[in-house]
Design a protein around this ligand. Structure first.
Ligand code: ADP
Ligand code: MG
Length: 546
């Protein structure tokens, strides 16, 4: 038997790293600036434990562009590297110094806010460079400054040089295919995307581009309502003010911070997805937060930050990641708790926001049973006349005497269009029934879904044949139309007739004469509602389960 270690041929692996490390080449800026942040945070940690006794001085990170020389330089004043460290951390691909540092200084201030984990980020510079140089001087007393150079082949040069300032400069000689990056606008936009909230000042062309202490990194007790609103503006300068927000702050069993904002959703609201940004230690990662954020909350806005979500891995991996699952469940729980708290503490305020909240609550109840269990207490149904809201229990109390069917089920009567269905609504009200509004796009799917889950409840549209059955047939229930109702009815009929071969005659719309009432079987109507959903830019709804 023979045992041994697999050997990797650098000549073969290098091109693979260069080509496949990241599909997005612009990521190199994120990686190198993150390394500069790490180096600066490490120095702060060393200072806080007393190992580094010198002056921190200027710790800004500077990004420089030289169009003539075709170079991009990233300079920091962090820990720097000695020749041995360059050999250890740079020449050994996938030996992550960050990991090592973390183990040693875990629990110290700044010690765990280190971005790197993989030991590959630096090599992303070769995706865009024909040559990369490192100039570095370590914080350690008497350490000589070094210059390292590599053209992307597995050979490097390392020599002593003079460098006055502590820290590291990475100089990338941009290759021909990547000259698009030699543009101020491009660099600025990449920096704004990835570095906007980095914890160390990042400067480009003399200007600081980042807010080093964004709201989500602070304690909720340190923040006022205005602070939350201002941060929202910082994220989405043109958006309407948010309705309310949830500040996430977990240390264990995973680490997660963030602020999720509920946008105001009205009938004319244009669905905006991908408005939640994922960060890892204040470095922007992505706006694709599927799996991390529950599907029904994808319309929320804001930021979540978790160093426990892998930075550089594929989507399919994320799905199976245990931390991602836990974070998803945590967010659901937090949202349910917040809504429950709002409902209990300020019911009126809660009801006023229901038009917006209702969408999330209903979709959440359809897709997540744990959420449904909690939401059963705060889901409200609005009376067709508006202003009065019933929880399921309250509706039952108000309606069960008259609205229990032969099978003993509570019949919830609803109108999908209170104006069009007005004569039915009036008839039902005259009977003492309680009719609620179910007029939003999510409602048809919600009703089918929740009816199967709620025991002993049946939803019936106010103009359906079942509702008619509930109304005692022996009684004469002709409705007398007011002049106003008559006007409305005429309007509706006229608007509805679009096919030329259908002729509508309105007869005797006065006194106690009854206009024609057409009822359709409830089942057929639902099928049609379901089929007509999903168009007109509302494709989000089409994905909803029935
Ligand atoms: P990671 O950041 O995941 O550790 P990288 O490939 O990005 O991997 O970097 C490898 C190592 O090189 C780092 O862990 C660090 O020790 C060292 N390094 C990279 N950039 C710097 C820098 N600007 N200052 C000091 N050390 C650095
Ligand atoms: Mg790194």
């Amino acid at each position: 038997m023979q045992k041994g270690a697999i050997r990797v041929q650098t000549e073969n692996i290098f091109p693979i790293i260069k080509k496949f490390l990241y599909s997005d080449h612009e990521i190199f800026i994120r990686e190198l600036v993150s390394n500069a942040v790490d180096a600066t945070q490490k120095l702060k940690t060393l200072a806080s434990v007393g190992e580094f006794k010198g002056e921190l001085g200027n710790i800004d990170i500077e990004v420089r562009l030289d169009k003539e020389k075709k170079t991009i330089t990233i300079a920091d004043h962090g820990v720097g590297m000695t020749a041995e460290e360059v050999d250890k951390y740079i020449n050994q691909v996938a030996f992550s110094g960050a990991e090592e540092f973390l183990k040693k200084y875990k629990g110290q201030e700044n010690g765990t806010n280190i971005i790197g984990h993989f030991g590959l980020g630096f090599y992303s510079s070769f995706m865009v460079s024909s040559k990369v140089e490192i100039f570095s001087r370590s914080w350690k007393d008497g350490a000589a400054a070094v210059r390292w150079e590599c053209d992307g082949s597995p050979e490097y040069e390392l020599e002593e040089v003079t460098k006055e300032e502590r820290g590291t400069e990475i100089v990338m000689h941009i290759n021909e295919e990547s000259e698009e990056f030699l543009d101020e606008g491009r660099i600025r936009s990449i920096l704004t995307k990835f570095c906007k909230f980095l914890p160390v000042p990042v400067k480009f062309e003399g200007q600081q581009l980042n807010n080093t202490t964004p709201a989500w990194t602070k304690k909720p007790s340190e923040l006022t309502t205005e602070d939350y609103q201002n941060f929202y503006k910082e994220l989405y300068p043109f958006a309407e003010a948010p309705l309310f927000w949830i500040h996430l702050n977990v240390d264990y069993p995973f680490s997660l911070t963030g602020i999720l904002y509920f946008p105001k959703i009205t009938k004319s609201y244009e669905i905006q997805k991908d408005k939640i940004n994922l960060y890892s230690n204040q470095v922007y990662v992505t706006d694709e937060v599927k799996d991390i954020v529950p599907e029904f909350l994808m319309l929320l806005h804001g930021v979540i930050d978790s160093p426990d979500i892998p930075l550089n891995v594929s989507r399919s991996y994320l799905q199976g990641d245990p931390n991602v699952k836990k974070i998803n469940a945590h967010i659901t729980k937090k949202v349910a708790d917040k809504l429950d708290e709002m409902f209990r503490n300020d019911r009126k305020g809660f009801e006023e926001k229901w038009e917006s909240i209702g969408l999330f609550v209903k979709y959440g109840m359809m897709t997540d049973d744990k959420f449904m269990d909690k939401a059963n207490k705060f889901l409200v149904l609005e009376n067709v006349d508006g202003g009065t809201f019933y929880t399921r229990e309250e509706y039952k109390a108000a309606a069960e005497a008259l609205q229990t069917n032969k099978e003993g089920k509570l019949v919830i009567l609803y109108a999908t269009n209170p104006v069009q269905q007005d004569s039915y609504v009036q008839a039902a009200k005259n009977k003492g029934f309680v009719v609620v509004k179910m007029e939003t796009l999510v409602d048809a799917a919600f009703i089918s879904n929740i009816e199967a889950k709620w025991e002993n409840v049946q939803f019936t549209r106010v103009d359906a044949d079942i509702a008619d059955n509930l109304i005692d047939k022996d009684e004469n229930n002709n409705t007398v139309l007011t002049a106003d109702q008559e006007g409305k009815l005429k309007e509706i009929f006229t608007a509805q007739v679009t096919q030329p071969n259908i002729k509508v005659e309105l007869k005797g719309l006065n006194a106690d004469a009854q206009p024609v009432i057409v009822t359709r079987p409830e089942f057929m109507r639902r099928m049609k509602d379901m089929a007509s959903m999903g168009g007109g830019g509302m494709s989000w709804y089409a994905a909803m389960p029935d």
